[in-house]
Write a protein that binds this ligand. Structure first.
Ligand SMILES: *[C@@H]1O[C@H](CO)[C@@H](O)[C@H](O)[C@H]1NC(C)=O
Ligand SMILES: *[C@@H]1O[C@H](CO)[C@@H](O)[C@H](O)[C@H]1NC(C)=O
Ligand SMILES: *[C@@H]1O[C@H](CO)[C@@H](O)[C@H](O)[C@H]1NC(C)=O
Ligand SMILES: *[C@@H]1O[C@H](CO)[C@@H](O)[C@H](O)[C@H]1NC(C)=O
Ligand SMILES: *[C@@H]1O[C@H](CO)[C@@H](O)[C@H](O)[C@H]1NC(C)=O
Ligand SMILES: *[C@@H]1O[C@H](CO)[C@@H](O)[C@H](O)[C@H]1NC(C)=O
Ligand SMILES: *[C@@H]1O[C@H](CO)[C@@H](O)[C@H](O)[C@H]1NC(C)=O
Ligand SMILES: *[C@@H]1O[C@H](CO)[C@@H](O)[C@H](O)[C@H]1NC(C)=O
Ligand SMILES: *[C@@H]1O[C@H](CO)[C@@H](O)[C@H](O)[C@H]1NC(C)=O
Length: 604
């Protein structure tokens, strides 16, 4: 067994090395034992049909809007992921299904569907899906139960359309471990659905880059063959990983899409105290380096953008019973992050190799990162010309204030950063000047009380970013995105000795986004408010949850110029308590009054 296996399983060692006294514990992820399953099955409220049918897990997401016609579908991969840890990714040949593309126009929408079934006992496993080395989906498995579970993830992959017109290799890495205790084998199908729209379309924009998928996508990931995921693994703050590549000399727009997930010692990085606290209190089971992390992207050694990631909680995280069957926000479809790279095209249009690297400030083992470079190419000219006008990347400004008496007290970590770049690119579409900016703000209060047995976090990440692209005579495209990621977590641990403990936990997790864009292809606005609250208690023995409960409530309100979606759902003990959903816009706007003052989308 290699180094990776040992580190993935490090939490086993951590949990078995617990002293009987109260002290902060590494917040961890867990699997659920058969006793909990049995308790649920014997509960008087359980209907008898409960035994027979598998539980359907889901992440609340707006259904992907598709044209009315039936899609043309192809099952690309069918595989049982048993002992796959440290093995090569499972691959399948994709070729454009001729029955789909024959004498038809390009698809107007492409949807990836992951459907999976599992029974037994298993941890949550991270996985990735790549086509031609380009990551299409980063996700985490649902944790099974003895009577079986099923779940399905649908993701709009239309932005990767250029890949689908040629034969490609599809790769899936899902590192699963199967033994006598952890028996779950994941049975998986991956399909693509192509939707065609025969209605009259509005004429395409005179500059396709703004409103159409890229002409070419270059992967910044590890190439096959390998015995792992195609992502790079970042272990510490001096570890920069990435690769060199050359791009076509006629690109006139570039955007870098970054996929990120955090694991092991940094799975709950936002709960990590500074190292001084750990050493002062001789703690052995707590991960450190403080509670702030920043992913940076470097082009030839220069930082070209920063990402302060959304705190995805995987299905085994904190209290696994919270995420059954409503999964945590982003857990089945982790967000990716776009950095506009057009201002930097001057640096890479020379046809030579350039290095793209990723790093994580204060990282602990381990972060999985890779990226896709989306490029729009000049169809009428083999060369474009570009120049960087201005580039401002001041360092992060941060502060840490602490107030402590022995184990109890709090840390306040605050950070902010501004980043901007402008540049022009001349092509046969005209001379386009693009400005890209980011404004990031982070605040985290990490509190320890009860002689370290209580740990609480209140955190907010605010990420505002935008693009403005101009022709000499007119604004070509502008986009503004305001995101906020609130998180609050409360845990109280009671140790019962010999590796058993009980844990009370309350979680509030939110993903809010307002977006507006305008250009030749029209105006668009959207607003999403997605909030989960959960509370529960578990008893844990030898890494397994032996009893407990968890309840989750979620409200999802999406309003946009192209439609709305509203969902109000709650679960407890694997049972849906209520589930209300609505796709008409009238319903969601009635909730407007309870929100912050209405946002003015267009001031002009
Ligand atoms: C607090 O915890 C420490 C270390 O875990 C232990 O040595 C100490 O006795 C505890 N203090 C109280 C008041 O319980
Ligand atoms: C995968 O597809 C096969 C063939 O259509 C089907 O029998 C099976 O139930 C599917 N499995 C899952 C997990 O969707
Ligand atoms: C950081 O991680 C890299 C890659 O695992 C390793 O080679 C290097 O020694 C580490 N550096 C420190 C300071 O631990
Ligand atoms: C930490 O451990 C060292 C060495 O084992 C010991 O001398 C010291 O008293 C301990 N400190 C605390 C706060 O327990
Ligand atoms: C801009 O690019 C176009 C097409 O490549 C070219 O014809 C034109 O001369 C360029 N303009 C300038 C000012 O270089
Ligand atoms: C493109 O526009 C910028 C800004 O207006 C100008 O400085 C630059 O010279 C133009 N480039 C070409 C090739 O015309
Ligand atoms: C987090 O915020 C809530 C509500 O404002 C407050 O009750 C709680 O004490 C805060 N927790 C921490 C750790 O600051
Ligand atoms: C945790 O949630 C429970 C149930 O909603 C509530 O009674 C309790 O006050 C919460 N505790 C904290 C510290 O937020
Ligand atoms: C969600 O549904 C519950 C139960 O019906 C209700 O009490 C609550 O007010 C609803 N919330 C919203 C925002 O509709």
């Amino acid at each position: 067994m290699g180094k990776l296996l040992i580190s993935l399983l490090s939490f086993y060692l951590i949990l078995t090395a617990i002293s009987a006294s109260a002290s902060p514990r590494l917040i961890t992820h867990l699997a659920v034992s058969d006793e909990v399953e049995a308790a649920f099955r014997n509960a008087p409220s359980s209907p008898s049909s409960f035994l027979a049918s598998p539980t359907t897990f889901f992440e609340v997401q707006r259904p992907i809007p598709v044209p009315g016609e039936n899609p043309c579908s192809t099952l690309v991969l069918q595989h049982d992921f048993a002992y796959t840890y440290g093995k090569p990714p499972v691959t399948a040949a994709y070729s454009p299904p001729s029955h789909c593309f024959l004498r038809r126009r390009a698809p107007s929408r492409i949807v990836l569907e992951w459907s999976a079934a599992c029974a037994g006992r298993q941890f949550d496993r991270i996985f990735g899906v790549w086509l031609a080395g380009v990551e299409l989906l980063r996700s985490c498995t649902a944790e099974p139960r003895s009577t079986g579970i099923v779940w399905n993830v649908r993701k709009d992959v239309t932005r990767y359309a250029s890949l689908f017109s040629q034969p490609q290799t599809l790769a899936v890495y899902l590192g699963n471990l199967v033994d006598q205790t952890y028996t779950g084998i994941y049975h998986v199908n991956v399909s693509f659905h192509f939707y065609f729209d025969h209605r009259q379309k509005s004429p395409p924009s005179s500059v396709p880059a703004f409103g159409s998928p890229a002409d070419m996508i270059l992967p910044i990931s590890k190439p096959l063959p390998l015995n792992d995921g195609l992502w790079f693994q970042i272990d510490n703050s001096t570890d920069f990983q990435g690769k060199e590549l050359a791009i076509p000399r006629n690109a006139y727009r570039a955007a870098l899409e970054v996929y990120i997930s955090f694991h092991s010692d940094d799975e709950f990085w936002y709960t990590n105290p500074p190292n001084s606290y750990i050493s002062a209190n001789n703690l052995t089971d707590v991960a450190g380096n403080g509670a702030f992390r920043e992913v940076t992207v470097r082009l030839d050694g220069n930082v070209i953008g920063a990402i302060w990631p959304f705190t995805v909680i995987y299905t085994g995280g904190i209290n696994p019973l919270l995420w059954r069957p409503i999964s945590g926000i982003g857990s089945f479809d982790l967000p990716s992050y776009d950095l506009e790279m057009s201002p930097f095209l001057e640096k890479i249009l020379d046809g030579k190799m350039h290095s793209f690297e990723f790093g994580v400030t204060d990282a602990l083992h381990v972060w999985f990162i890779d990226a896709n470079l989306h490029l729009w190419l000049d169809r009428k000219s083999p060369f474009t010309e570009a120049s960087l006008i201005e580039y401002k990347a001041p360092a992060v400004s941060s502060s840490l204030i602490s107030q402590f008496k022995d184990l109890d007290g709090h840390f306040d970590t605050n950070a902010n950063r501004k980043f901007s770049a402008s540049g022009w690119v001349n092509s046969s579409y005209g001379n386009i000047t693009t400005h890209f900016y980011q404004e990031l703000d982070f605040s985290n209060r990490l509190k320890f009380a009860g002689n370290g047995s209580i740990q609480a976090v209140n955190q907010s990440i605010i990420y505002n970013h935008g693009i403005e692209s101009m022709l000499p005579s007119a604004i070509l495209y502008s986009e503004e995105v305001l995101q906020s990621f609130p998180l609050s977590l409360y845990t109280r641990t009671s140790d019962h000795g010999s590796g058993s403990y009980s844990l009370i936990s309350n979680v509030t997790l939110g993903f809010n986004e307002r977006k507006h864009s305008g250009g030749a292809s029209g105006f668009f606005f959207s607003r999403l408010r997605n909030l989960q609250t959960g509370e529960g208690v578990i008893k844990v023995k030898k890494n397994l949850v032996t009893s407990g409960l968890g309840s989750t409530q979620q409200i999802y309100i999406y309003e946009s110029s192209e439609g709305c979606y509203f969902r109000n759902v709650s679960s407890s003990h694997y049972t849906i308590l209520y589930d209300e959903s609505e796709e008409s816009c009238s319903k969601s706007s009635s909730f407007r009054s309870s929100e912050e003052p209405s946002f003015r989308w267009f001031d002009a």
